[in-house]
Design a binder for this molecule. Sequence first.
Ligand SMILES: Nc1ncnc2c1ncn2[C@@H]1O[C@H](COP(=O)(O)OP(=O)(O)OP(=O)(O)O)[C@@H](O)[C@H]1O
Ligand SMILES: [Mg+2]
Length: 234
Amino acid sequence: MLIEARGLTRVHRQGRREVTTLRSVDLDVAAGEFLAIMGPSGSGKSTLLHLLGGLDTPTSGSVRLLGRDLWSLSDRARSKLRRHEIGFVFQLFNLLPTMSAAENAALPLLLAGEGRRRALGKAYDALGRLGLSNHASHFPDELSGGEMQRVAIARALVTEPALLLCDEPTGSLDSASGRVVLELLRVLPVPGRRSVVMVTHDPQAAALADRTLTLRDGHFELNTSLRESHVLIR
Ligand SMILES: Nc1ncnc2c1ncn2[C@@H]1O[C@H](COP(=O)(O)OP(=O)(O)OP(=O)(O)O)[C@@H](O)[C@H]1O
Ligand SMILES: [Mg+2]
């Protein structure tokens, strides 16, 4: 398994109240799998994604990535694992406006201390794979939404991570550029090597995944086929 999450619970403090956002969630993601996570607004999708990516700390429970328990590692080892093995794609792209597409895509490597020439070389390769060779020197405000999201995907892929975490990657795009981005995401899982976990509200996007799970009130719903077989047994 690429990811083994057990008993993930996240309690948030809201003023004087405590709200349980995730309740004891278990999740396995196989290497090479494309998993979609759906669920209503506020059901805990982004919270789960942040916990899986080590961006947030669970109140209890554990996440193993590539067999290593994220929260038993030192801060340094966890950052290194995250930097090399996890790519994030967000709904609002999160590109730096003062950097070109190539510099944005190279950023994870530059932050990891890789030399500028090598980092930019890999960024050009990643942009090429996403059909953006001609846009490498453009700044974000010279790109369409769909192109910005493709730059963000190039940035997420530039370290060749084992896991790509996408939070509503088409949520800000019109349907045409959304489709282009989805077609690109669809071919990113690599058997035994790279998995994609995508949060989405879009049933068409979820349909591209190998498996869809639905979060509701902080835990996974039984999937429909299980529910149906339960009815049959009764
Ligand atoms: N930093 C925070 N502080 C306090 N409460 C939070 C925080 N982050 C999330 N929450 C709570 O957790 C709930 C779930 O949030 P989360 O962002 O995971 O939902 P979501 O499923 O991603 O929703 P959406 O589809 O709107 O993006 C929210 O309703 C909110 O009450
Ligand atoms: Mg969210």
